[in-house]
Design a protein around this ligand. Sequence first.
Ligand code: TRP
Length: 364
Amino acid sequence: MAKDTVILTGDRPTGRLHIGHYVGSLKRRVELQNEGDFKQMFVFIADAQALTDNIDNPEKVRQNVIEVALDYLAVGLDPSKITIFIQSQIPELCELSFYFMDLVTVSRLQRNPTVKTEIGMRGFESSIPVGFFTYPISQAADITAFRATTVPAGEDQRPMIEQATEIVRRFNYIYGDTLVEPQIMLPQNAVCCRLPGTDGKAKMSKSLGNCIYLSDDAKTVKQSVMSMYTDPTHIHVDDPGHLEGNTVFTYLDAFCRPEHFGLYWPDYANLDEVKEHYQRGGLGDMKVKKFLNNILQEELEPIRQRRAEFAQDIPAVYAMLRRGCEQAREVAAQTLSDVRRAMKINYFDDADLIKEQAARFAQK
Ligand code: TRP
């Protein structure tokens, strides 16, 4: 990365953030932030995008804006180093989306794999809200308004970045070089791409009740770990155990570090030894779960504490968000000014245009 890197990423505020978000993206964002190897870094709460499929539930979105902001601060995102803002407070994004709509065809949107799956998941079928259908366009505006070069996101967001790239190319081709092409930055580690739910289902989801939230207290985390899905054929301690689809081991792959053995389980030197013993038979689920619980508690305790501290001064959190929105707006406004000039719709700040037109009409 270089000093002209602009990093941007966001989350829909439809729930508190969970440890899947943490290993999949939040942790990396904090690292990127602290490495400081960028020109600007933006992290935003995509409330307008959340409304595209929660239009009748504005209260849910509103409540989760502050929850997500607290989660951000809790994991260590730092508004003195990066800009944290709320999408709906940047009207320039609507304007840019409106112009982008002319650069994308309906059939191209219909082919967007993420939109396709999501339409299926939400059961919209033929009654898809236009705003939902076109959210890839609005997401392209989110990215390009801030001249983002680098978008840390999961594989599921790749079609969104591709769509944004196409829009940038088409815009620049028609109107001249104005916008910056973004690139996706995928998670480095495969197990971190998608942490399964505690019930072993593919994804953590609020509606399935299989999440461990960053804000869960120690007791709740412990309960979730102790009731976690493992290997249904591993009935007696002596039975050989299986690792595939075994949630406890997937979580260990994501969270366990060498020093955890000395601290919490000196009987083993590393995770491979534990796995071997488990597969051989003779290692009970409870012991593995206890180990995982210790690891998760260690990781989550400081996050929980910071969250509680920030939660004591909610007005300060809103003030932080407000400053972030102001900073973000300045950047977006500059881009929009360039966009309007490129599109020849900057009538009032183009003195030459007025002079030229005056001359043209004087000749008539
Ligand atoms: N679609 C993203 C998600 O569901 C959220 C998002 C909105 C986003 N705008 C973005 C992510 C721009 C990266 C860049 O997680």
